[in-house]
Design a protein around this ligand. Structure first.
Ligand SMILES: [Zn+2]
Length: 68
């Protein structure tokens, strides 16, 4: 594995960590039932394309980028 490969992996892993972190405040709210493919932030469907990139996504892109 080259240095460039490692850098690429690091970027991907960091993106996943950021994704999980942005979902945590929503998961902490016990009152909300976790439905697959539905954003915990706004209740809208999470696009399939997003779930393919980040399967651990519990919120849509808008909610993930909105600070809580
Ligand atoms: Zn949302």
């Amino acid at each position: 594995m080259t240095e460039a490969d490692l850098q690429r992996l690091r970027t991907i892993i960091e993106a996943h960590i950021a994704e999980t972190r942005s979902s945590l405040p929503y998961l902490a709210e016990e009152s909300k039932a976790v439905e697959p493919n539905v954003s915990l932030g706004c209740g809208k469907d999470i696009p399939m394309g997003r779930l393919e990139v980040v399967p651990e996504a519990f919120v849509c892109v808008e909610c993930a980028s909105r600070p809580r």
